[in-house]
Design a protein around this ligand. Structure first.
Ligand code: HEM
Length: 288
């Protein structure tokens, strides 16, 4: 039972759930910044915030327990190990994320209705902590640059994919062609900035962790990264289709339905990108 709970799959699934929850929370707040949703529409996001918060809460608690069980010499010592871990950078990162998750679960209005600064702070608390827990933080060279790039990568993933997920789940469902066009027009610059940031920071992290082409083919880290890049290219291709092909005909009959289907597929592939990433960050770096 404990072996299954602390297995590679179980830890990756917990990490994945955390990425999804945090990205949706960032998406909800990014929509506020894009000023494209009215207050009453944002209120409809409350349920989604609560759900995302719950996902993040489960993920953080599971990850803390898994790590404590993996480090403890015996299961009975796991609780004491949680205490020890709480004093480390990992533990601090988890505590910060736990607070953001609790706020989303118990006070979803803090993300959608209360002051924007509070919502921004909570979204950052939800999404940035993994930058202090992965390969970037353990980097022997360029550690500061690696952590900053990783933090930007996480934020950009939330802004781009989180916003799109919220649009698909909450807004596009009932939107008219005109309203959908408003959403897409407001969202496009954010998506472009998010994609560019992900590209630059992703290439930097790839270079940092995989220094030669031989390491790409010759290590399981390199091959997992390659799978991720292929999936990212599919997301990019669909994003380009949405932007260049579907948006211009959005007001014609069937335009919104086409956008909905294409955007849903884009989000579904992005969910897979997060899953592959959840394995990637736990895979030993080439040469380790
Ligand atoms: C849809 C686009 C993308 C999404 C949603 C995404 C998402 C993520 C997330 C959530 C992380 C985890 C960060 C952490 O836990 O600290 C990550 C890490 C990473 N990503 Fe991406 N990413 C995307 C695009 C890219 C691209 C284009 C590349 C490469 C060119 C890339 C390469 C990496 C690398 C190397 C890491 C570090 C993994 C590690 O710590 O070992 N990503 N990405």
């Amino acid at each position: 039972m404990i072996a299954a709970f602390t297995s590679e799959w179980a830890t990756a699934l917990a990490r994945w759930l955390g990425y999804l929850g945090a990205s949706v929370l960032v998406g909800v707040v990014a929509l506020r910044l894009q000023r494209q949703a009215t207050e009453s529409q944002l209120n409809h996001s409350r349920r989604l915030v609560r759900l995302a918060g719950l996902a993040l809460l489960v993920a953080v608690l599971a990850r803390m327990t898994q790590q404590a069980l993996l480090f403890a010499a015996a299961p009975e010592e796991a609780l004491a190990m949680v205490g020890i871990l709480r004093g480390t950078a990992w533990g601090t990162a988890w505590t910060v994320q736990l607070l953001a998750a609790l706020a989303a679960t118990l006070l979803p209005g803090a993300y959608v209705k209360k002051g924007l600064l509070l919502a921004l702070a909570l979204a950052l608390m939800a999404v940035l902590p993994p930058a202090f827990q992965g390969h970037a933080f353990g980097s022997e060279e360029f550690m500061v640059q690696a952590v900053v790039a990783d933090a930007l990568h996480l934020l950009a993933a939330g802004v781009w994919m989180g916003t799109l997920a919220v649009l698909v789940i909450v807004w596009l469902g009932q939107a008219s062609g005109t309203r959908a066009l408003e959403f897409v027009t407001a969202f496009s610059p954010w998506a472009l900035t998010g994609a560019a940031t992900l590209g630059v920071t992703g290439v930097f992290a790839s270079w940092l962790h995989v220094r030669t082409p031989a390491m790409v083919w010759g290590s399981s880290y390199g091959r997992t990264l390659l799978l991720k890049v292929v999936l990212v290219l599919a997301v990019l291709a669909l994003g380009a289709v949405n932007w260049k092909r579907i948006t211009p005909v959005l007001l014609s009959p069937g335009g919104v339905a086409r956008l909905r289907t294409s955007a849903r597929t884009e989000v579904a592939i992005a969910v897979l990108v997060f899953l592959v990433t959840a394995f990637l960050v736990a895979t030993s770096l080439p040469g380790e």
